[in-house]
Design a protein around this ligand. Structure first.
Ligand code: NAI
Ligand code: MG
Length: 479
């Protein structure tokens, strides 16, 4: 148990003002949904209903796309430095209201306030600042080539980093002169709805940013709409494949950011205490609901015992509980469905023969929770070693040589990220060269920067978000 018990330090909910019911944001204003169908969004840490959001149907999506099509006429011809002004204004407003956004994100999705306040929100503002800066510099990057926006872009985002994924998608799309119809995830729509209020406040021209809430059916209407010129999707590999099939043969751009099963490779010459911190951050950050989570620990065999002992000791100090408590390290699982999925995979891991370690802690009575968990004695063919669990569960595999580490690391259908821990720079380069992963961290993990592109290999998807590469997801360039 912890040597030191923390006193509660709860962030007040008073700062947020949640409506009982929300419509869609179309043509510059909130509108009553034509579907007249609603679904509750709850707080996964208490199961309390926060609000009712609309499930957009075909007519709602038609309306939003028509509005974006109209908005495009002006926006695509707006002086780029004018476009930048709106994005700068949005960035500054996000900063000003970041505490409100952070509380709302933690309430609606269950992530610790420490993370929404210190990670999500600063990153969101940075993304808007970064792409605001690009808006009038596209000529510098592509001046010798012809470039133009796609047009009306459909963006579908997941529930693990709701506002952050919005910023990854909306900021570059608007900077390059596209207009947007966004569909947030059904369990976490509230920060996107607050963002729509900011668009109203900054006077973003009508039709430039449109928001239709709903579930997979709403997303599907968006994907299949005839006037959509580009789809950007982040979510499960299954839905990603469905979208790719739906768009096959059509002149519609597509970027997919899907799942992952990243290897976090710890060589025996690594600074072990630092590596323990990196491994803990790699898998328990955001309850492991992270596409680039370091969910497979690959530890060199001669240090396995020592490393696992240190890791278990460190895991035991994690505070699990109320997301609004500033001391909380691991919050609530995002939904009952996700909890069921985690429990099923973990039970299968135990049945297969894996050794399961879970920290001792008391879980709140209501809400959805899962204790930070570690599997050892795992065979490479177990489901827990190959499937994305998307929860606070780390699977350990061992290796003897660098060649073996690379072989195991690449033995997955995914290829989003990886981590390498060693004292030797040459070993970092040797290993990184051979890993099939879009992002590779060395002696650190989960580091993000708006200037740095992010995206996958293999079934983790294609296309890049972030940096100059991220602009290309929203521009058609021809020389
Ligand atoms: P999902 O892929 O169903 O949901 C992501 C988004 O896609 C949501 O906005 C959802 O409404 C939308 N969507 C669902 N079906 C659609 C369809 N047919 N057409 C268009 N849009 C559709 O993910 P889900 O079911 O919430 O999570 C399942 C698993 O997916 C997780 O356990 C995790 O393994 C993975 N996942 C990966 C994420 C990532 O960041 N790469 C994010 C969320 C989930
Ligand atoms: Mg919710």
């Amino acid at each position: 148990m912890n040597n030191w018990e923390y006193s509660e330090s709860i962030e007040s909910e008073k700062i947020v003002n949640i409506e009982k019911k929300y419509g869609n944001f179309i043509d510059g204003k909130f509108v009553t949904p034509k579907s007249k169908q609603y679904i509750d969004t709850i707080s996964p840490s208490t199961e309390k209903i926060l609000s009712s959001i609309s499930i957009g149907n075909q007519q709602d999506v038609d309306y939003a796309v028509a509005s974006a099509k109209e908005g495009l006429k002006k926006w695509s011809k707006t002086n780029p430095s004018e476009r930048a002004k709106y994005l700068f204004k949005l960035a500054r407003l996000i900063q000003e209201r970041s505490r409100e956004f952070a509380v709302l994100e933690s309430l609606d999705g269950g992530k610790p306030i420490k993370e929404s306040r210190d990670f999500d929100l600063p990153q969101v503002a940075q993304n808007f600042f970064y792409y605001a800066g690009w808006a009038d510099k596209l000529d510098i990057a592509w001046g010798n080539e012809q470039y133009k926006p796609y047009g009306v872009v459909g963006q579908i985002i997941p529930w693990n980093f709701p506002l952050l994924m919005l910023s990854w998608k909306v900021a570059p799309a608007l900077a390059t002169g596209n207009t947007v119809v966004l569909k947030p995830a059904e369990t976490t729509p509230l920060t996107a709805l607050l963002f729509a209020e900011l668009c109203e406040e900054v006077g973003l021209p009508d039709g430039v940013f449109n928001l239709v809430t709903g579930d997979g059916s709403t997303g599907s209407h968006l994907v299949n709409h005839k006037d959509i010129k580009k789809i950007a999707f982040t979510g499960s590999t299954g839905v990603g494949k469905y979208i790719q099939k739906s768009l096959a043969g059509k002149d519609v751009g597509l970027t997919l950011e899907l799942g992952g099963k990243a290897a976090n490779i710890v060589y025996s010459d690594a600074a072990l205490d630092e590596a323990v911190e990196g491994v803990v951050n790699g898998i328990f950050f955001n309850q492991g609901h992270v596409c680039c989570a370091g969910s497979r620990l690959l530890v060199q065999e001669d240090i396995e015992e020592k490393f696992i002992k240190k890791l278990e000791k460190r895991m035991q100090t994690l505070n699990v509980g109320n997301p609004l408590d500033k001391n909380t390290d691991v919050g609530a699982i995002n939904s009952k469905d996700q909890l069921d999925k985690i429990e099923k995979l973990v039970n299968e891991g135990v049945a297969d023969g894996g050794d399961l370690f879970q920290i001792e802690c008391e879980l709140p009575k209501n809400g959805f929770w899962f204790k930070p968990s570690l599997f050892t004695s795992v065979q490479a063919n177990y489901k827990i070693a190959t499937e994305e669990i998307f929860g606070p569960v780390l699977t350990t595999l061992t290796f003897r040589t660098p060649e073996e580490a690379v072989e195991i690391a690449n033995n997955t259908e995914y290829g989003l990220s990886a981590g390498i821990w060693t004292e030797k720079g040459s070993k970092i380069l040797w290993t990184a060269d051979r890993l099939e992963a879009g992002v590779i961290w060395a002696n650190t993990f989960n580091k993000f920067d708006p200037a740095s592109p992010f995206g996958g290999y293999k079934e983790s998807g294609f296309g890049r978000e972030g940096g100059r590469h991220g602009l290309l997801s929203y521009l058609k360039v021809s020389s």
